[in-house]
Design a protein around this ligand. Sequence first.
Ligand code: NAP
Length: 279
Amino acid sequence: MPIRTATLPCGEAVPVLGQGTWRMGENRARFADEVAALRLGLDLGVTLIDTAEMYGDGGSERVVGEAVAGRRDGAFIVSKVLPYNASRAGTIAACERSLKNLGTDRIDLYLLHWIGSVPLAETVDAFEALKKAGKIRHWGVSNFDTDDMEELTALPQGGGCQTDQVLYNLTRRGPEFDLLPWCGRRGMPIMAYSPVEQGMLADNAALAAVAGRHDASAAQVALAWTMRQDGVIAIPKASRPDHVRQNAAALDIALTAEDLSQLDRAFAPPRAKVPLEML
Ligand code: NAP
């Protein structure tokens, strides 16, 4: 069953719910369960999977590779290059390593994990070369605040950026003040990472109160809230099958005006610029 989508600046539609994989691929004993969790998500239509060369030193990419084996065309894979590998040659070498870990011939969306000391123009040049070679289909960034996005998009090839993946959830509402509107004006969806605040929102009393009205869990309401607006893609990580199922079902929760104002009282929206936080 296809799920709701967001449209990238290039015009391609991607699901508004994806699967995170940080902390996967770190322990051989959990490999099969992690693969099974991702496959369950794929079966439920959650076809966007987020990984990075950093996670488990390539281990997370190997879990993803196994999960999409035999069904690669039904998945949209996001991976990331570390800033200290992000020189022109370094980015290309990192991408080759990631492709090998993933067991695929292309990454759908390749991100710079955060800003480092390599000039952005150099990384963007490598991204464009990888695109021309068919090794990546699109590129974007992560942990870029509004001023970083201004700097990026002022570059000659900066207009190719398709997303900014940032920390965004009910306890981290700073991006609503400036970054979300900035991306919205350019038709660029953001990807909200740690949408359940690494599991901590699953025990939140204010969320539980709203969840009670929807026969849902607090974590599901946290996800429904993150995906309530156009232009936000949430990428929770779930290794337990019940969490995978719950997260997919969160797409069906329609929060009411009363729910939203109750959540605004518990988690105040920003009234001034908050520098972008990262984990
Ligand atoms: P998260 O998705 O907010 O939380 C993950 C934790 O929440 C796990 O312990 C998971 O448990 C639990 N959980 C998931 N669904 C649940 C549910 N329905 N009910 C109760 N608990 C639930 O945190 P995250 O892993 O930090 O962020 C998500 C993804 O974003 C990462 O995996 C990664 O792909 C990406 N990320 C990117 C950056 C970046 O710098 N770009 C930084 C951080 C994260 P189980 O695993 O036991 O199911």
